[in-house]
Design a protein around this ligand. Structure first.
Ligand SMILES: NC(=O)c1ccc[n+]([C@@H]2O[C@H](COP(=O)([O-])OP(=O)(O)OC[C@H]3O[C@@H](n4cnc5c(N)ncnc54)[C@H](OP(=O)(O)O)[C@@H]3O)[C@@H](O)[C@H]2O)c1
Length: 384
């Protein structure tokens, strides 16, 4: 959505089977159920209309639509009491924002055409027969709009239905590539919470997004056993690197690539940077850990939630053993965590062609979420 997230632009219209919406600056039909529906939805909210529609309302009612801020688009000057006259779409939307959290676009043809690309929702009364007319509603393309609700009704003279459409985010248009996002950070950094928050953010943008969550280690149970075998953070480096990379290749084949190809969002809790950083800290060569994983798909963005070693340890110690699991091979050793953090900061250099964002994890949860969601929104725009 191009607009501020907390402001909704809703188009409301009655549309005949042949797309006619008006004839000689009048509605071609009289449907009292639709007038009632229009009033129920728009009452209490600002409405935006073109000059011709304003004139037809004046002719019909003799006054502005009651209980609504009436905003009229015109290049001419006018000062009829009860109406606000503006000469551009941005000014109309700015005025509406001052009067509510959403605005209804109430026509006519020229206004619908201009605002369709900016609208979030359509409230359409489909009249189930054609009418003679001179003004039309723009095509409601199935690629752009999803009908989320419809109610069939019987009028005195013809049948009609009330339909609600939501704009499909371009990200899930057919043939669009999905997005692969990874989170990294030492245990205790708060990355799991931030993954949940980003999922909510993506879901709130549209409930039609498919989000697949995955993690490392993926399926290989031996990795967890090794992690709990001894408390020496430097042991079994080679073996761990091999197991993690093989496990990750399976994760890519089974879950990451197929879902990205379907246009879904795939979010992985840890990915190749974990192996690069942890096994380099264990003593392996960082560049060769990068090279060994060069066949893996590059994430569209990676968030590294960064906190100090002391803070990470303090947070882990505050968690109960049931939540945290057994004492961890790596995170129990403060010196090891400090080196881990140093290596984490080096990773941006060795993966210089990847989008890696180091997020200051020492702030409040909400501040961190805000930054991550803003970066995500910006990257989404760049991709589309
Ligand atoms: N079925 C429905 O739900 C429904 C709803 C509403 C209207 N209608 C019908 O639609 C018909 C009217 O549609 P229409 O396209 O002829 O007229 P309209 O969209 O109502 O008004 C067009 C006028 O709005 C002004 N305008 C448009 N874009 C502007 C912009 N970007 N900046 C400043 N001013 C702008 C211009 O006024 P100036 O020339 O003064 O500059 C333009 O001539 C009527 O028949 C009406 O009954 C149907």
């Amino acid at each position: 959505m191009a607009q501020k997230e907390d402001f909704e632009i809703i188009i409301i219209a009655g549309v005949a089977k042949n797309n006619v919406i008006g004839n000689k600056n009048q509605l071609p039909w009289h449907l009292k159920e639709d007038l009632q529906h229009f009033k129920e939805l728009t009452f209490g909210n600002p409405v935006i209309m073109g000059r011709a529609t304003y004139l037809s309302i004046l002719e019909y009612l003799g006054k502005p639509l009651p209980g609504r801020t009436n905003i009229v688009l015109t290049k001419e000057s006018d000062n009829k009491p009860g109406f606000i006259f503006v000469d551009s779409i941005p000014k109309a939307l700015e005025t509406a924002k001052k009067h509510g959290e959403k605005v209804y676009i109430i026509g006519g043809q020229s206004i619908y055409q201009q605002l369709m690309p900016l609208a979030d929702k359509l409230e359409i009364t489909h009249i189930h027969r054609g009418f003679e007319g001179d003004t039309f509603f723009p095509e409601i393309k199935a690629d752009d709009w999803l009908e989320i609700k419809t109610q069939d009704c019987k009028g005195e003279q013809f049948e009609f239905s009330f339909s609600t459409y939501e704009k499909r985010p371009s990200a899930i248009k057919p043939n669009k590539k999905g997005m692969f996002i990874t989170f990294e950070g030492i245990d205790g950094s708060g990355k799991s919470t931030q993954i949940r928050k980003l999922v909510e953010h993506i879901f709130n943008k549209s409930k039609y997004h498919n989000i697949i969550l995955t993690r490392n280690p993926y399926k290989n149970v031996n990795i967890r056993e090794i992690l709990h075998q001894d408390q020496d953070p430097y042991s079994q480096a080679e073996k761990l690197a091999d197991l993690y990379i093989t496990d990750r290749i399976n994760q890519t084949k089974e879950i990451i690539t197929p879902n990205i190809e379907k246009g879904h969002f795939v979010i992985s809790d840890r990915y190749k940077i974990s192996t690069i950083v942890y096994q380099a800290t264990q003593g392996l060569d960082m560049q060769s850990l990068v090279n060994k994983q060069s066949i893996l798909p590059k994430p569209d963005m990676t968030f590294i939630v960064d906190i100090s070693a002391e803070e990470a340890q303090r947070r882990m110690q505050n968690e109960s053993i049931e939540v945290r699991g057994k004492e961890h091979k790596f995170e129990a050793n403060l010196e090891f965590i400090k080196k881990l953090r140093e290596n984490t900061h080096k990773v941006k250099e060795v993966l210089h062609d990847e989008k890696i964002f180091i997020i200051d994890g020492a702030r409040s949860r909400d501040e961190i979420t805000k930054e991550i969601c803003e970066i995500f929104d910006k990257e989404m725009e760049n991709l589309n």
